[in-house]
Design a binder for this molecule. Structure first.
Ligand code: ADP
Ligand code: MG
Length: 322
């Protein structure tokens, strides 16, 4: 007889809600992460991602619900939970007047690491994020991508088993974004770290074990990237109309079409629409037309009726994020 043992949960969130005045920032959220997994939390500005990360890393308190981190009740025992986790906050928190190594040392002192341990860990984490040659540089002189890498290094100083990263790639160029994801995958693959990463760049999260899609404080769907695509993905036609006349015609004919910020129309392909037919009919009036296979972007689109990149901030609750 074989007995299947399910992996232990690094994070277990049950029925968590959080309100700020009239805004319900988290609405009955459930989420669980097996040890050693990478979970991506994806949603537009104002969706509730930072509120959830703050609660998980014990900076914020839920109004109701249960939060377990490494088997510890994080609401009742925040200090105990904090030993197990590292955080990279959305807003940079480095002291830019200190050197790279001093930022790490200071963190090590807060976590009561001894001098030799601090030195050894600083070497190891700087190596990981490819900043070994920059230890004595004043942090101010680093590029934004390098500073973000330093923040990851700092969060790893006290050897947490769970790492939270709130929009670690926001505002970075494609190369820096790719580097950061490669460090994260290395941490998972070589050290079995559990990672919870928020982003609103949905194209980044293909390599994660599970994707949770959040909007207006609610988890709309979750699953492995391929499973989400199979369940919710749609083949999309991306059409660039040449002029307002043909745009208006298309919008009228396909009321579910989504207009992107760069002026394209996204139309879900079904029995009544095909690229060939549209091209034959409107060829000269189109600047371009392409077919997109089901992607995570189309998953967001079919769940919310909006394009993630253009999703306006806080529409349903009338608030806006900075
Ligand atoms: P995200 O990180 O996904 O952009 P947040 O968690 O920062 O979203 O915000 C979720 C909602 O809660 C937004 O409507 C935001 O304006 C609101 N909010 C977050 N923090 C506060 C706060 N400290 N006070 C009031 N409203 C807040
Ligand atoms: Mg945020």
């Amino acid at each position: 007889m074989s007995v299947s043992v399910s992996p232990a949960l690094a994070i277990n969130v049950r029925n968590v809600s959080k309100r700020f005045g009239r805004v319900l920032a988290l609405d009955d959220v459930n989420l669980s992460v097996p040890e050693g997994n990478v979970l991506a939390l994806v949603g537009p500005n104002g969706a509730g991602k930072s509120t959830l990360i703050d609660i998980l890393c014990t900076i914020g308190k839920p109004d109701s619900g249960h939060v377990e981190v490494s088997g510890i009740d994080a609401v009742r025992h925040p200090l105990k939970a904090r030993q197990k986790l590292g955080v990279v906050f959305q807003e940079p928190t480095l002291d830019t007047r200190l050197t790279v190594r001093e930022n790490l040392t200071f963190h090590g002192m807060v976590y009561q690491m001894c001098r030799s341990e601090r030195r050894a860990r600083a070497d190891a984490v700087l190596e990981l994020v490819e900043l070994a040659d920059w230890g004595n540089a004043v942090t101010r002189t680093l590029s934004s991508g390098m500073r973000r890498r330093l923040e990851i290094a700092r969060a790893l100083m006290h050897e947490p088993r769970i790492l939270f990263l709130d929009e670690p790639t926001i505002g970075l160029d494609a190369q820096s974004r790719a580097k950061i994801w490669s460090y994260l995958e290395t941490l998972r693959d070589t050290q079995g770290l559990t990672l919870i990463v928020t982003t609103h760049y949905i194209d980044e999260v293909e390599g994660s074990d599970a994707v949770y899609i959040i909007d207006h404080g609610k988890i709309l769907a979750c699953g492995a990237p391929d499973a989400l695509k199979a369940d919710y993905g749609r083949t999309l036609l991306k059409v660039s109309p040449r002029g307002e006349m043909v745009r208006a015609t298309l919008v009228k004919r396909y009321p579910d079409a989504v207009e992107t910020a760069d002026g394209q129309l996204l139309i879900a392909i079904d029995q009544t629409v095909s690229a060939d037919a549209l091209l034959a009919e409107l060829g000269t009036q189109l600047r371009g037309i392409s077919v997109e296979q089901p992607s995570l972007e189309s998953v967001f689109l079919s769940l919310t009726g909006r394009d993630l990149r253009d999703a306006p901030t806080g529409t349903s609750n009338g608030t806006r994020n900075a």
